[in-house]
Each structure stands twice: as C-alpha cells, then as structure tokens.
Ligand binder design. Structure first.
Ligand code: IVH
Length: 667
C-alpha cells in the first residue's frame, strides 16, 4: 500500500469510528486503537503534505494558530423564535396556524437546547463553513473551532444530500464537561462560567482551536435549509440528516392536536432534568415546508414556529445565616445558610452569594424569604428576596471586615469584586488548602495524603507549611490517630518519590495565584531555574509568550515575600527540583531571542507544532498574524495569499524552511 492509499484508508476508518462513537454511541474499537490510528495519520500527513485535506479527521485536534474571526453574511438570515411561557399562549399559536392554513397540519415538537446556535454549510458532502448567529445577518466564521467537535460530521455518509445546503443547530457543553471545566477554573481562581450556554459560546469563540478541542463540545442539528431537500416534511428531512451522519435528537414528535403537544411539554418538563445537557424549553414547528412558506415571517421570527420556555426551577426558603469560606489564595466567599428546601431533585441547604456587591444588590436581611435557583450553576444561587414576605426586618447582612478564621483585616483590590485575607502564612484554611494543592495528583502527586490527613497533620502541629512535609518521619506519622504502619510507610514513600517531580510541576505546586499547570510550564521553560524566575521583573515575565500583566504581577508579588523565598529555599534543601531537566536545557538556545515569527504554509521536515516549539526553544516568539513588528515569516508550501500580500506590503522578510533550519544550526 502506498502512503497515499494508507492516508485515505485511515481517514475513512477514523470517520467511521468517530461516527460510531459520537453519534451512534456504539464504539467498535478501543480508545487506544483509535488514538493509534489518529497518530499514524498525523504522522503520514506531516510527511506527505501534498495529500492534505481540510476535512481530515486530524483537524479535530485543532491548531493553536491565532486568528481573528472573519465575518460572513448569512445566506438566509438567522432569526430567533417568539417565546411563550404558558399553555394558553401555545393554544393561541396553534389557533393562529389553524386559521391561517385552513387545512390539516402537523406540529413537530422538539427540545429547545440551551447552547449557542451555529449554521453549517456543506458542499458536495463536505463541511465548508461554520458560522455563528452574530447579529442574525452576519456571523463569525468559526470553522476551525467547529471542526474539533466530534459530533459534527466533516464528510457526509450515505447519499441523497443536496449538492449545497445549510444545516443549523446548537452547540452544547454537556453538564459533566461544564462542571469539570468550572472545577478546574476554580482551582486556578479564574472566573467561573455561569452556565453551560456561556461556556459553549465562550469556547466557540476561543482563538486557539486546540483548546476548543479539549473542551468536549457536542452539537445537535435541528433545521435544514436549501434547495433540493429530500422531503417537504421538516421531521422527515431531519431523519435523512441523521442518515448522513448528523446528530439529530430523538426527543422529537410530530403532533396533530393541542393535547398531544401539551403531553410532549409535560413529559419533557420532567424528563429534561435527567438529560446530560441543558434545555430551556420546547420548540414547536409547523412540519410542512410548503405550509411554512405560506405562513411566512414577521420582522424577527417565523410565524410557523414558536418556543415554549420551561419555568426556571426556583424555590423559596428562609435565610438563617451568612457564613464565610476562605480559599487557598485567601479569597473570602459568602455562603447563605438556608432552611432545607427541595430543588430539582436535591435538598438545598446552602447557596453561594459570590461577593459583597451581590449581597448589597439583594439588600439581604437575616430571616428574609429568598428565591433559590439552580439555573445551570453547580452551586445554587440566591436570585432575589420576597420583600412582601418580610414580617419583621432582620439584621442587614454586611460583608465582614475581618477574616472569619484568623481575624486579619480583609483587603479588596481596586476593580476586583472579591475580598482577600492577606494572612497567607498564618490563616489555617489557606495553609491547609495550599498543602492539599501541593500534594495533589497534578502537582507533587503525593497521593497517599488526602484532605483528612492534611487536617490531622496540621492539627497535631506536624506541618505548618508545604516544606514541613519533607521533615516528617515515619514515627511522626505513625503517632497520628487511625494511621497504620502501612499507610505511614506509603506516605513517607510518596513524599520521597515527589523529589523526582519535574520543575514545571513543582512551580505549579507552589500555588502562585493565576499560575496553572500550563503557565507553570511556560515559566519553567523560559527561566530554567527558580533563581532566575525569582529575579524576573514584570517586564521580563511579560516577554514570555502568553504571560500577561495579571500573571506577571502575581508572580512578582509572590516572590517579593520573604516567607515565600524562604519556603523555596527550604524545599530546595530538601531536594525538591528547582531547575529544568538537563536534557530540556541542552535543547535551548538564544538564537532567535527577541524575534517575533509568523509560521505559514505546509512544511516538509517538521510539523507546524514542532516549528512552534523549535522557535520557543531558541528564544523566539511565535505570533499569529503579520504586522510591522514581525521579524520574519517562516514559510512552507501553499502560504496563504492574504498573508503574502500583507508581508510584501509591510516589507517583512520571508524565510524558507531550509534557510530557517540553517539559521538555528539544524541545516
Ligand atoms: S429552530 C427559524 N429548533 O433557540 C427557526 N431553535 O430563539 C430557527 N434553539 O436561535 C431555530 N433548540 O439557538 C430551533 N430545536 C430547536 C432549538 C432552537 C434551541 C435555539 C436556537 C435559536 C433560538 C431561538
């Protein structure tokens, strides 16, 4: 078999297995086999760029090229739907349709998915474009990002699809993915997404499609447009779409009577609570396209369709107390303690109040009857106060001025909503959660120590900070309550093991605010040793790719504290790694120092990603678009004409692959 044949074979296989996994939910091969095929294809494509195909399954992993979105006019405007909130309004809609058509009709009932809408264009069975709703007339071209969504077919299967058509649907972030993402963001103290809808639309608009690929979005398609669709019925066309490989919801019914429509609504008002993704209503559509055309449109929405919105789930209960939690980096979060109340199948006793501004806006008083909603968030939140129900006005809730645990005066930085406890070395919850973070799997991986052990070690005065872990001995541990000899030995062993953890993870483990695992890796590679990192000023830090002012400021502030410098030196004496591995250092050079380099085209000797790494390793910076501060463009075959034109206009130098390799001494 020639490489070309193998490339085509792998693409076919991967498209098929992708469909089995993501649409049919019935995988035929293991993840391991799938990944191995994907890697083989990636390698072959890198080696034989002449067989490149924009719809290859490898495009699903995304690329980290920065691009700004190009705006594209919609061929057919993307309208919204009229909303109704009661069955009476649904009946009005039904009667209006009946009067206007004056013949038999069917209503297709569907779920209203709560994500972000997308319009996909297919030509000759290939996905050519994915555009957001935008202002309804024109939207952003987010094709590269949408290609990473596994349930969006890049190539259609079967036959009978029109040569060119559009299909619209909703991009969703499933609940479990959303919750995991927010947990990770909370860990890094990044702002949380309020609900899966915001998370989905935020993700679709990311500049880096390789990050989009990691976010595990899903998509349901619910509306097809174009000439030459197989049938007159909307429902029937969607069944065809399913046979071509699209993910179409099976929670769809054709109804003739109002009663049938009400049954559908009532059923899904309950059933939706156990679905893996968010829905916020039901969409009712006249099924026949001929009848749809007869009914037409108002300025904003079709007359042939309407949305029925479910009531947001809300409960009313009494506010008994507001308590405050102190997080790892000292952020103080107010928590409402409530009379227990049933909400979407769970008993709610506590709800987040987020920050002082929110408490102020709600004008909260102890004893108030408050509205609690789950509306998509992980933690229920208080959305309002029933002021009518106030009988005796309780004490006004005022955000505390001192740390509830250690008593330190709280601070609030200009422009930030959160209050902090500044006593990082003396405030127990901060100390304990820093230790928990330090030992966690992604950090030092001292996995035999969980939160309970941290609690015990702290309570018995065995550790006061992370460096004390390395002074523990087996006897200390063995003396703890409920600690057997075996567990004590496991803990001691995993602490010893952690001395092999590479520098970049140690840096992450230190728990510097805003320094997540990825940032830590960048910093480790850029500065090589902890000494150089500790001496770096904001400017030097910001010279590193993707390090902005917020992170740079936080790093400088961290190392400006004597207590943190001391901690580092104690960890260093204990044998914790505080410099990059020799092999990684050996690969580094300063050859491209201070240069901003754009990569364009297809290469022969290395992949684009490899070139990106090579640039960084040699001290250069890879940037996404050509500007007058670009040092040069590294070009392979098929450089984009727009980039070429811009480069010529700005007089930016063009460097070919071999010339570049010679430049860094790899020629
Ligand atoms: S049909 C002209 N069907 O709701 C009709 N929309 O306010 C086009 N949506 O922008 C839309 N689920 O983002 C349709 N099953 C469904 C839907 C749905 C969610 C969203 C869509 C649209 C908005 C309408």
């Amino acid at each position: 078999m020639t490489p070309e044949q193998r490339i085509y074979e792998l693409r076919d296989l991967l498209h098929k297995h992708n469909y089995n996994y993501y649409i049919k939910n019935a995988p035929e091969i293991s993840d391991f086999e799938f990944d191995a095929m994907m890697r083989e294809l990636q390698e072959l494509e890198a080696e034989y760029p002449q067989f490149d195909d924009p719809n290859s399954p490898t495009r699903r992993v995304g690329s980290d090229l920065t691009k700004e979105f190009v705006q594209v006019a919609h061929k057919y405007p993307m309208l919204s739907l009229g909303n109704t909130y009661s069955k009476a309004e649904v009946a009005d809609f039904y009667d209006r349709v009946k009067r206007a058509l004056n013949e038999d009709f069917e209503i297709c009932c569907e779920l209203k998915f709560d994500g972000t809408s997308i319009s996909l264009t297919y030509e000759d069975g290939k996905l050519v474009r994915a555009v957001t709703r935008g202002d309804g007339e024109k939207g952003d071209d987010v094709t590269a990002n949408v290609k990473t969504i596994r349930s969006v077919p890049l190539l259609l299967t079967g036959d009978g699809y029109p040569r060119e058509f559009e299909i619209r649907g909703e991009i969703l972030m499933p609940w479990d993915v959303f919750e995991q993402l927010n947990r990770e963001r909370a860990e890094r103290e990044e702002p949380l997404f309020a609900n899966p809808r915001n998370a989905a639309s935020g993700t679709v608009k990311l500049q880096d499609s390789s990050v989009v690929a990691q976010r595990k979005l899903d998509a349901f398609l619910y509306y097809m447009l174009g000439d030459g669709l197989p049938q007159d019925g909307h429902y029937e066309n969607l069944q065809y779409a399913a046979s071509w490989g699209f993910k179409v919801s099976d929670a769809t019914r054709k109804c003739r009577t109002l009663e049938e429509i009400y049954d559908f609504i009532d059923h899904f008002d309950v059933a939706r609570k156990s679905l893996p993704y968010a829905t916020d209503g039901v969409v009712l559509k006249v099924n026949s396209q001929r009848q749809q055309r007869n009914l037409g449109y108002t300025a904003k929405s079709p007359r042939w369709a309407i949305a029925y919105k479910f009531q947001a789930e809300r409960a009313v209960t009494r506010l008994n107390e507001v308590t405050y939690q102190v997080g790892r980096t000292g952020v103080v979060t107010p928590v409402a303690n409530l009379d227990p109340v049933q909400l979407s199948g769970t008993v709610v006793k506590r709800a987040s109040l987020h920050n002082a501004d929110i408490i102020e806006k709600l004008d909260l008083h102890i004893g108030d009857m408050v509205y609690v909603e789950k509306g998509g968030e992980i933690i229920p939140k208080i959305t309002g106060v029933d002021t009518e129900a106030r009988f005796l006005l309780g004490e006004k809730v005022r955000f505390i001025a001192k740390c509830p645990v250690c008593g330190a005066e709280l601070i609030r930085n200009e422009g930030e909503a959160a209050h902090y406890c500044p006593n990082d070395t003396g405030c127990p919850p901060q100390i304990k959660s820093r230790i928990e973070h330090f030992v966690s799997r992604e950090a030092m991986n001292i996995d035999s120590i969980g939160p309970e052990t941290v609690e015990l070690l702290y309570k018995f005065g065995l550790i006061h900070n992370i460096s004390d872990l390395y002074n523990l001995d087996g006897n200390d541990l063995y003396l703890l309550p409920r600690m057997g000899a075996k567990s004590a030995e496991n803990i001691a062993a995993s602490i010893r093991q952690s001395l092999n953890v590479p520098f970049e993870r140690v840096l992450f483990a230190l728990g510097i605010r805003y320094v997540g695992a990825t940032v830590a890796k960048r910093l480790a590679r850029a500065f090589v040793t902890i000494e150089r990192l500790m001496d770096a000023d904001v400017e030097a830090l910001m010279a590193v790719d993707e390090i902005g002012e917020r992170i740079a400021g936080s790093v400088v502030e961290f190392f400006a504290r004597e207590s943190n410098r001391e901690l580092v030196s104690r960890l260093q004496s204990a044998g914790v790694r505080m410099a990059l591995d020799e092999e990684i250092v050996a690969e580094k050079s300063d050859t491209l120092k201070g240069q901003s380099i754009v990569i364009s085209g297809v290469f022969e000797k290395h992949s684009r990603d490899e070139y990106k790494e090579i640039i960084e390793r040699n001290g250069g910076k890879n940037v996404g678009s050509v500007s007058k501060s670009t040092s040069f463009i590294l070009v392979g075959a098929n450089m984009g004409p727009a980039k070429l034109e811009k480069a010529e206009k700005l007089g930016v130098r063009i460097v070919a692959e071999d010339e570049f390799l010679a430049m860094i001494g790899e020629g």
